[in-house]
Design a protein around this ligand. Sequence first.
Ligand code: SF4
Length: 177
Amino acid sequence: MITSIRNNYLDYFNIITGTLVWYYYICKREVWLMSHYIVPNQADERILLGKIISENSYGREKREIRIKNLVLDIISTKNENIIVAEVKKSSRYIKSATMQVKFYIWQLKQLGIKNIIGELRIPKEKKKIEIYLTPKDEIELKKVLEDIKNIILRPQPELPREQKYCRLCGYNEFCWI
Ligand code: SF4
């Protein structure tokens, strides 16, 4: 089972999603679990809250767009620019969320799409943050993708390491009970 999954992952640049980039900056064990289809507890009230906020915000504008391995919350235009927005329930994981949006911009750029501005939208906090991709970000993202590939190809996840995010994590029971 693991072998067939691993073989599929050899074309990893096409399967690494924004969600895995998001997890990468929070917990590398989560990257392995999620990439091996071990999904977090969907009944967890924080996961439900995130889904409710995502599904009920920006009604007219919101439509999930899939482009290859990318699942974009919102894509729209403003003047000459294309806006790619990600909706989050809070700014708690701001670094993760920012890098997730930068990953989308970077991937779209590689598909030949230009003039992209990223946005992080946090409706509960009434925040809209513009995100831009820099050459330094591109170097970092290349390394991140390589790291994610190596994590996925490991036969098992790293052991849980207690950190501040564990309390709010959907894998909490899986890791600690
Ligand atoms: S509970 Fe903690 S160690 Fe386990 S996946 Fe979540 S953040 Fe990582």
